[in-house]
Design a binder for this molecule. Structure first.
Ligand code: ZN
Length: 123
């Protein structure tokens, strides 16, 4: 099994959905053509709107890490506040639940964006 990025693209020649591999994403970022896995015809990403979307995908891994750090920090802070007696256990639990909900919401939106395939152009 090869590692895929979770990002999909639609071939301009055969309309097949491709699971894009990291090297293919690199080629796209550099605007270098690469071959379709299905019909082996050259493809590239040249539409500015699609390139913008590709760049946003790159930020997704960073977003996930940021959200995890944020969650962990808030959980720790509420734990300490509860320990110091500044917030009640119920408040601490509801804050933690809210944070978890926020995390799931943000990642859900991000993942839904990821699922829409990139429209690739003939290279
Ligand atoms: Zn193709």
């Amino acid at each position: 099994m090869t590692a895929t990025s979770g990002i999909r693209g639609r071939c301009a020649h055969c309309q097949a959905l491709l699971d894009l591999e990291p090297w293919q994403l690199n080629a796209m970022a550099l605007q270098e053509p690469f071959n379709c896995n299905h019909c082996h015809k050259p493809l590239k990403l040249s539409c500015p709107a699609q390139i913008k979307r590709l760049k946003r995908f790159g930020g997704l891994a960073g977003l996930r890490a940021l959200m995890l750090v944020l969650c962990a920090t808030l959980l720790l802070v509420t734990l300490v506040l509860e320990w110091l007696g500044l917030v009640s256990l119920a408040q601490q639990l509801s804050l933690s639940a809210l944070m978890l909900l926020g995390y799931l919401l943000v990642m859900g939106i991000a993942r839904r964006r990821l699922r829409r395939p990139l429209q690739l152009q003939a290279g």
